[in-house]
Design a protein around this ligand. Structure first.
Ligand code: NAD
Ligand code: UD1
Length: 326
């Protein structure tokens, strides 16, 4: 059942994942308001009917204004690059933890019964977990300021539910990919880098032996997880159930080697680009694959897009852009 009646506020709605979410919500007939400071996102990406407030997620007044007459919140605004957070430690902390708290406090105060929040945590909270697949009960051990702030958000998220009655769900995204991820940023993920280079006929370099694994989850599946989580919290609110905090992996449960990824992308692009092997990346995590059981149990969904299907959508979207611009 669709639980969404009024307006949904999406922070960070102009970013990679946010843009996909806003389109999905609007296509489902939903009113959408976006709060984004446009630091990495683009205003042109969101649907025409979405209302945009340009503002900072750590600014309590801007957040309160953005929440007026909202029914629920999806909080995605963040400095999403781990490396940028290493460089801008305190600045990124302000967005990534203070921003999350600001959203939680405003949600507490926005209505008589606090507004529910679904928000983006990250697999980065696990660090280099030793037991695979990584289930949510794994002790968190973030290895970066970015991961530490996401974990801090989760600790406050539990307090927000317990003390302030703010229901919130932290979705621990694994490596998200799909059309719209900037391949030119120095912080780009391996899929957007490889897809862009191979499509141009350039070679790619695998760091190390290529046998390291990741759990690559398609952005369309991430959007379904966000919407299912939101509907779950809105339903609980309508039924006047107690406030709840949950942390849920958003992953496929499938491990893909970087070497396999490069081969698949080369086949899909029909590229003559060469696949080279370089030295391993310092501090690279060897294996990361999530356990998707809780997502299936609580949200009744699976990240069902197969890697080849998701990569094909990414490559085709890139070809469309190239045809329009070239
Ligand atoms: P993105 O950088 O494309 O989007 C983030 C958006 O937040 C941008 O539009 C940016 O302008 C906005 N923003 C940044 N700081 C802000 C501030 N202070 N106030 C208001 N808006 C601000 O990143 P994304 O890949 O779409 O990630 C969305 C969320 O998912 C983030 O919270 C990120 O940490 C999380 N996440 C992403 C991945 C992934 O693989 N992409 C993995 C794990 C978690
Ligand atoms: C992600 C973050 C990273 C963070 C880590 C820990 C991104 C883009 N990266 O890294 O900053 O430290 O989570 O949570 O969000 N690779 C190549 N060749 C390339 C690029 C990458 O072989 O040109 C390899 C990497 O060495 C790695 C794998 O591809 O083994 C995936 O890399 P990446 O996409 O950066 O993601 P994470 O390593 O998961």
């Amino acid at each position: 059942m669709n639980e969404r009646g009024g307006t949904i506020l999406v922070t960070g709605g102009c970013g990679f994942i946010g843009t996909h979410l806003c389109h999905a919500l609007v296509n489902a007939g939903q009113r959408v308001r976006v709060l984004d400071n446009l630091s990495s996102g683009k205003a042109s990406g969101i649907p025409d009917s979405a209302e945009l407030i340009v503002g900072d997620v750590a600014d309590a007044n801007a957040v309160a204004e953005a929440m007026s007459d909202a029914d629920g919140i999806v909080h995605l605004a963040a400095i999403a690059s781990v490396e940028r957070c290493n460089t801008d430690w305190v600045t990124s902390h302000r967005t990534n933890l203070t921003g999350t708290l600001t959203v939680m406090e405003a949600a507490r105060d926005a209505a008589e019964r606090a507004l529910p929040i679904v928000w983006a945590s990250s697999a980065a909270i696990y660090g280099a977990a030793r037991t695979l697949p990584i289930a949510e009960r794994t002790s968190p051990a973030p290895m970066s300021p970015y991961g530490a702030d996401k974990l801090g958000g989760e600790l406050h998220g539990r307090a927000a539910a317990e003390i302030f009655g703010v229901s919130n769900t932290a979705l621990r995204f694994f490596n998200v990919y799909g059309p719209g991820q900037d391949p030119y940023s120095p912080y780009s993920g391996v899929i957007s880098i490889f897809a862009e280079k191979l499509a141009k006929g350039d070679g790619v370099t695998i760091n190390g032996d290529g046998q390291q694994t990741r759990d690559f989850v398609y952005v369309g599946d991430v959007v379904r997880a966000l919407i299912a989580s939101l509907d779950r919290l809105l339903r609980r609110r309508r039924l006047e159930q107690d406030a709840t905090f949950d942390a849920i992996n958003v992953c496929t449960g499938r491990a893909v080697t970087v070497a396999m990824l490069a081969e698949t992308l080369r086949d899909l692009t029909g590229s003559a680009g060469q696949i080279d092997y370089g030295p391993p990346r310092d501090g690279d995590i060897r294996d990361s694959v999530g356990d998707a059981a809780r997502m299936q149990r609580l949200l009744s969904i699976r990240a069902e897009t197969r890697l080849e299907e998701g990569l094909r959508a990414l490559v085709e979207a890139g070809q469309d852009v190239a045809a329009q611009t070239g």
